[in-house]
Write a protein of this length. Structure first.
Length: 318
């Protein structure tokens, strides 16, 4: 394995939900029944992903696992946030309730057995936890997740890197819009994000709910549209926009909506304070002997047999 050195001290930040669900689908592929999951193998896979990252990145002294709370402040602020996921989960054969139950169980097991700082904060998503901490740490950090949202953190921390574990690409600030992170963030805000059901700048909140727009395709606004106006974003907003079906669009309101949902600077202060409190109270790690107890509890024989090497590597986190 090729190793990466980004500094004398390095913090790894994992989007734990992203990692756990990605690992779940990796394990699911080897089973015929989507709900007949080998949970022990899944736990093995999740731990191994974290453990291998300790070998890939040099000088790691802290590992943070950011866990989604079941109630996001974004959903409370904008009720259409991630609305399509509910229907997709209903159509899926996967028992999502059981998966989330096991995910939270594993996060709790790691908290009590591993020298990882497991952070779950009321009303916060993993994005919030990582977005707040990665931008304020002074030491080099690596965010390990497949989510472009994290690139905006480069504006506050030039020692930060973002590692995509699927494509195995390590991103530095200059890799994103030539280092112009402000342009990247504004493009994100103007274009929205389909995966989270955040509409683009020219789509109103109630598109698809009114009689005029039911069943109608959302107005398009992608990279090409943004590039045409990026030199005069303020002028575009002030000029306004009229849709043939809907009529006049309140671009000021839509910009405010999207910045609230996507710009980490707009995370509510209450959430930010909770994140700092959770981090500051996470420094009491479980004793090293708990690592072996975890492997023994879940019959992870290969890790039990290699316990000396594993303990030596994990000792750097104490």
């Amino acid at each position: 394995m090729e190793t990466v050195d980004i500094g004398k001290k390095c913090v790894l930040l994992f989007d734990f939900n992203n990692l756990a669900i990605r690992s779940f689908f990796g394990v699911k592929e080897i089973t015929e029944d989507p709900n007949d999951i080998q949970w022990g193998l899944w736990m093995w896979n999740v731990f191994n992903s974290i453990y291998q990252s300790l070998w890939k990145f040099k000088n790691v002294y802290e590992v943070i696992l950011a866990v989604d709370d079941s109630n996001s402040w974004r959903k409370a602020a904008y009720n259409r946030y991630k609305e399509s996921r509910k229907d997709k989960k209903k159509e899926s054969k996967i028992d999502w309730q059981e998966l989330y139950k096991m995910l939270n169980k594993l996060a709790n097991e790691f908290k009590h057995h591993m020298p990882f700082k497991v952070l779950k904060v009321k009303s916060a998503e993993a994005d919030d936890i990582i977005g707040v901490l990665a931008r304020t740490f002074e030491t080099p950090c690596v965010i390990i997740a497949r989510d472009e949202d994290y690139f905006q953190c480069f504006s506050k921390n030039k020692n930060l890197r973002v590692y995509d574990p699927i494509s195995q690409v390590l991103y530095a600030p200059n890799d994103i819009e030539g280092g112009n992170i402000k342009d990247f963030l504004m493009k994100l805000v103007f274009c929205g994000q389909r995966k989270d059901d955040i509409p683009n700048i020219i789509t109103p909140d109630d598109w698809g709910l009114t009689e005029e727009t039911k069943g109608k395709r959302r107005p398009g606004f992608g990279d090409a549209a943004f590039n045409k106006i990026k030199d005069d974003l303020k002028g575009f907003i002030n000029k306004g926009y009229t849709n043939k079906i809907y009529g006049k669009i309140d671009l000021h309101a839509n910009l405010k909506r999207n910045r609230m949902l996507m710009d980490f600077d707009k995370i509510p202060n209450t959430i930010v304070d909770r994140i700092y409190n959770a981090y500051n109270n996470s420094h009491n790690l479980p004793p090293m002997e708990n690592v072996y107890l975890f492997f023994e509890k879940y019959q992870m024989k290969s890790f039990m047999e290699d316990i000396t090497t594993i303990e030596n590597k994990l000792s750097a986190l104490y």
